[in-house]
Ligand binder design. Structure first.
Ligand code: MLT
Ligand code: MN
Ligand code: ZN
Length: 295
């Protein structure tokens, strides 16, 4: 299986348009590698591809990835697009895929309902782009030779659908992880996860590789850096550090491990920071755009 990181950053990207944090400043100045928003491309055979989450940066991400270029006058090697929640960083890119080339759009019924409820997505032709509602825990094919299965992970409704009271630990169809298998290797992709329950840990026992939510290093990172008012918990994202953080909770998972969906405030972007060294020492890598994982 080939996994291509199209965008390693969380919503907003690195740099984010309105952010003057040290990471964003350094990314603008060329001292840190910029990163697009959350997306992967996956292939079982290097011929057909599936996009996991369609980020607002998808046009440039496809442009930067020769494997994903058209091979004829019109068309695309992209057979399907799967979205794991209804957040803007994962769905807005669908609007850039509206130009009459067929693919299958896979998501849970609830996530399809979010798209169906926003008429702008009708611009993605239903004749050409078949909507495929996927049930949790039922394997299906993303393309020939690449099987996927969706499972619920703790999360919340998309930011733009939040009401006055927000349950940040919903377990259902609104936030899912993906198990990918090509018959040889098993890869898990979980770009958003509020915490790691024991049943999720048990599920990961057969992983060869895990790509996991690396949004924040610390729960209060955005508050301390002065860039925001929300904790990671409030955003439905587990932190990397701490006793209940992802490094601690996932320490027993014996697989290749990669942090993805990394917020621009996160110190792990920086090669000079101890947080980065710690992550590497714990057996994780930090994704960057263009990173390819071959299993
Ligand atoms: C998130 O991952 O929390 C969302 O992408 C936030 C957003 O939509 O800006
Ligand atoms: Mn996001
Ligand atoms: Zn920033």
């Amino acid at each position: 299986m080939r996994i291509l990181v199209l965008g390693a950053a969380a919503g907003g990207g690195l740099p984010q348009w309105n952010c003057g944090c040290v990471n964003c400043v350094d990314a603008r100045a060329g001292r840190l590698k910029p990163s697009g928003q959350s997306s992967l491309a996956v292939s079982a055979d290097g011929r057909q591809w599936s996009i996991l989450n369609a980020s607002p940066d998808i046009r440039q991400q496809l442009q930067d990835s020769p494997a994903l270029h058209p091979r004829g006058l019109r068309g695309s090697p992209i057979a399907s697009v799967l979205v794991t929640n209804g957040d803007i960083d994962h769905i807005a890119g669908l609007l850039s895929l509206r130009e009459q080339t067929p693919f299958v759009l896979c998501a849970t019924r609830e996530i399809h309902a979010v798209l169906d409820g926003n008429r702008i997505f009708d611009a993605v032709s239903r004749e050409k782009v078949r909507r495929h509602p996927v049930a949790l825990d039922q394997p299906f094919d993303l393309h020939d030779g690449l099987e996927a299965m969706l499972f619920a992970v703790p999360g919340k409704v998309p930011l733009f659908m939040e009401g006055d009271v927000v349950d940040t630990s919903l377990v259902g169809e609104q936030t899912v992880g993906v198990r990918l298998s090509d018959g040889r290797a098993v890869v898990y992709y979980i770009p958003g996860c509020a915490h790691v329950p024991d049943d999720l840990l048990a599920r990961l026992g057969d992983a060869d590789h895990l790509l996991f939510d690396g949004t924040l290093w610390d729960d209060d990172e955005m508050i301390r850096s002065g860039t925001g008012t929300k904790t990671g918990r409030r955003m439905g994202h587990i932190s990397i550090s701490g006793p209940d953080g992802s490094i601690a909770r996932l320490a027993g998972v014996e697989a290749g491990k990669t942090f993805i969906h990394i917020n621009n405030t996160n110190p792990v972007w920086r090669p000079d920071r101890p947080e980065r060294a710690h992550v590497l020492a714990q057996g994780w890598q930090v994704a960057e755009d263009g990173l390819e994982i071959v299993t």
